[in-house]
Design a binder for this molecule. Structure first.
Ligand SMILES: *Cc1c(COP(=O)(O)O)cnc(C)c1O
Length: 315
């Protein structure tokens, strides 16, 4: 369930002859640490785990994972892009060798990120060029973006408590009201180990893309899957990895809140969403009774082929 930023790099490495082991997750999107332990090999050089999943918000126990990885003398990378600014991360005395974060996920400008490298860990630069950044990354520094990210990180730090209280309370109100008022829906991801701002909800028997289009008409922005894969009608690889049923896979959308989200905005979603879901279900050909039958699956397959055919016209 890693981000394409990691997955596609793994694919590239495999093409170059490296062997990559992908670990499974359970239905809550959680790793099995025993599976991790037994997958480590004599020749394993690197383990990469995301601190929190960007689609479901599931938080991984990176400290414990790191201890396992380090006890085998293996380098440990954490993709913290989604976690930074939402939960506290402490790199002091941590088993993390490399950590990456991206500015625009914490209200900094786009095009700036951080690669943290633990003191003493050596690496070869990805971008070769001038001697900038002590030879770690060629190319002249983008100072305004760096200053922006520094400021954004400062602000994120000072609002961290608010994320845990105010943002979480709004998210929980959104989620609990939806679960109470809309039948046949479920929260995807880990019930407890989850970022405070993320809510991924599966509405059975309808298409997530259709919900998004309806919400968009009211100026409400949500997302199906990762923003980086939206536009493709493939159900999210993250939800598929969790083994969610077909009905949930296709009808899942993600709400992302921030410290700028207001209670009025949440109330507006809660007012409109039940009507949107009801209207889509009224015209949905998928009937609950036939959920498990092959006929239903066939209809769904045909339907998504038709949907992808028509959606290409929209672009
Ligand atoms: C957004 C995201 C990335 C990619 O970062 P970009 O700077 O947008 O390419 C990687 N990992 C996770 C978990 C993300 O949420």
């Amino acid at each position: 369930m890693e981000h394409p930023a990691i997955l596609n790099l793994c694919k590239r490495l495999e093409k170059q002859g490296y062997s990559v082991t992908y670990l499974s997750v359970d239905s809550k999107g959680m790793l099995n640490l025993e599976e991790l332990r037994s997958s480590l090999r004599e020749d394993t050089v690197l383990v990469s785990v995301m601190a929190a999943n960007n689609e479901t918000g599931t938080i991984f126990p990176i400290e414990r994972i790191g201890q396992i990885v380090k006890s085998h003398g293996i380098l440990f990378h954490v993709d913290a892009v989604q976690a930074v600014g939402k939960i506290a991360l402490d790199l002091q005395d941590s088993p993390i060798d490399f950590l990456t974060l991206s500015g625009h996920k914490l209200h900094a400008p786009k095009g700036i990120g951080v690669l943290y490298v633990r003191r003493g860990v050596r690496f070869r630069p990805l971008l070769v060029g001038g001697h900038q950044e002590k030879g770690r990354r060629g190319g002249t520094e983008n100072v305004p973006a760096m200053v922006g990210l520094g400021k954004a990180a400062d602000l994120a730090q000072s609002f961290l408590q608010k994320e845990q209280t105010q943002v979480r309370a709004l998210r929980d109100r959104l989620e609990q009201t939806i679960l109470r008022e809309i039948p046949d829906c479920q929260v995807n991801g880990h019930p407890a180990l989850r970022l405070p701002n993320t809510s991924n909800i599966g509405f059975k028997y309808i298409e997530g893309e259709a919900i998004l289009l309806s919400l968009d008409r009211y100026g409400i922005c949500a997302s199906s899957g990762s923003a980086c894969t939206s536009g493709s009608l493939e159900p999210s690889h993250v939800l598929r990895a969790m083994g969610l049923p077909y009905t949930v896979l296709h009808g899942s959308i993600r709400f992302s809140l921030s410290r700028y989200t207001t209670s009025a905005e949440i109330e507006r979603v809660l007012y409109l969403l039940p009507k949107v879901v009801q209207r889509l279900r009224d015209i949905s050909p998928f009937k609950r009774e036939s959920e498990t039958t092959q006929g239903w699956l066939d209809t769904l397959q045909q339907e998504s082929v038709m949907a992808s055919a028509s959606s290409t016209d929209d672009y």
